[in-house]
Design a protein around this ligand. Structure first.
Ligand SMILES: [Zn+2]
Length: 423
């Protein structure tokens, strides 16, 4: 994947590591990635994944360090995918998404899944619409019954608090305690419509750090989880803030994420962003080797779902390490860290230096040297001709986008150089 990368030499600098550019804050809580691309991700409008693709995606997600894979299990296709994933014996655990009804749990049991998430709303907005005749106590009883039933059948359970960020804390506390007592091990704070706030001063119900402190102080649940939606564009911030808030309070904190942030409406927190941030800013070294596959996983997700990441998408986008303007390319050619936060190869991406309307002499020289396979003297008149030819393409209005390699090669020849393939 890296052979077309514009290598400019920083990788060989033995005296400098990009890690020196990060003031890492080590965590006293272990973050665990629960990827729900195969559940929430494919609930995204117009998206479906075949069993063959689901299996390969599960394999790749396991390879990058995802420890829990959340899946649907109601349709024939989903069930076929689960069987095939189980046959691979991955390190990642499979977790089936269930409603608080016995029939869903029975279905998971029939498929030999060992872990389930039981989803139930915790806010009045949902109660009033879905169950206007039932009291919160009756609803809680229903959920507790489901947790006990699952526990009695040997399942590991994480409990979802749907719409947690708009719930009344007195009810939510009771819900967490009752389900923990019934056997749930993890409580998932579901920021269902993305109104969670990362500021430690923000109050309940939508202040995420305060909620996490309250859960520690006032409930018996062992671990917590954050499932953030992106309606206000805050998913990654809210996910990382929740992990930070769990620091020193819990042994484990689960981050529920999807590749490319796929999911309902504006989607979820991106698996690739959460992992890379945790590695770079918090020194979560267990992700180090897996990060290299992020670009490949992202490309595969696009192939399997038809959802293509925009070019400027962080980490895995085609332009995440692309440089064109004179100032930027000149800087990157001398030291890539002038305009790059980390080496592209860390996440399996590549650097692209392109020739365009703002390109200067340095990048034209660099790209021409790649074409002819030898160093060009900065005073070589042919280089001056080549720079003029490039500039001419744009000043004449003939061209707006970056030059393709073949077009640039043609200009190199017109400037009087002999390229490698024409010698
Ligand atoms: Zn969701």
């Amino acid at each position: 994947m890296r052979e077309n990368s514009d290598v400019v030499g920083e990788e060989t600098d033995k005296f400098f590591s990009y890690h020196n550019l990060y003031n890492q804050l080590p965590l006293k809580v272990e973050p665990v990635i629960d990827d729900c691309t195969l559940r929430d991700g494919i609930q995204m409008s117009g998206t479906a994944v075949s069993p063959r693709h689901a299996v390969h995606l599960a394999y790749l997600l396991d390879a990058i360090g995802v420890e829990r894979l959340e899946v649907h299990h109601f349709l024939k296709n989903d069930q076929e995918s689960i069987k095939l994933i189980q046959d691979m014996n991955l390190n990642a655990r499979l977790a089936a998404w269930c409603r608080a009804v016995r029939s869903d749990i029975d279905n998971a049991l029939r498929l030999d899944v060992e872990e389930i998430g039981i989803s139930h709303p915790v806010s009045k907005i949902y109660f009033d619409i879905k169950w206007p005749d039932k009291s919160p106590e009756e609803l809680l009883e229903r959920v507790v019954d489901s947790v006990e039933y699952a526990k009695d059948h040997g399942l590991t359970i994480f409990i979802h608090g749907e719409d947690s960020t708009r719930a009344d804390w007195a009810f939510e506390r009771e819900y967490i305690n009752a389900t923990a007592e019934a056997g749930a091990e993890v409580y998932r704070i579901a920021d269902t419509v993305g109104v969670g706030v990362s500021n430690p001063k923000a109050r309940l119900p939508n202040g995420l750090p305060q909620k996490i402190r309250k859960i520690r102080e006032e409930t018996k649940i062992c671990s917590i989880e954050i499932h953030a939606h992106n309606d206000l564009g805050n998913t990654v911030e809210n996910t990382i803030a929740s992990i930070r808030a769990a620091d020193g309070l819990f042994d484990k904190v689960y981050a529920s994420t999807t590749m490319l942030g796929m999911g309902e409406r504006s989607g979820n927190a991106e698996t690739e962003k959460v992992m890379t941030n945790l590695y770079l800013h918090y020194g979560v070294n267990k992700f180090e080797n897996g990060l290299y596959w992020l670009k490949e996983v992202s490309d595969f997700v696009s192939l399997a779902t038809g959802i293509v990441a925009p070019p400027n998408k962080a980490i895995i986008g085609e332009n995440a390490f692309a440089h064109e303007s004179g100032i930027h390319t000149h800087g990157v050619l001398r030291n890539p860290y002038t305009y790059e936060a980390f080496p592209p190869k860390l996440v399996g991406n590549i650097r692209r230096l392109s020739i365009g309307k703002q390109s200067g002499k340095a990048i034209v020289k660099h790209k021409a040297e790649q074409q002819i396979g030898q160093v060009i003297d900065v005073d070589n008149p042919k280089l001056g001709t080549l720079v003029s030819l490039v500039k001419g393409m744009y000043t004449s209005g003939e061209r707006k986008s970056s030059l393709k390699d073949m077009e640039f090669k043609d200009l190199v020849l017109r400037a009087g150089f002999s390229t490698k393939s024409t010698k």
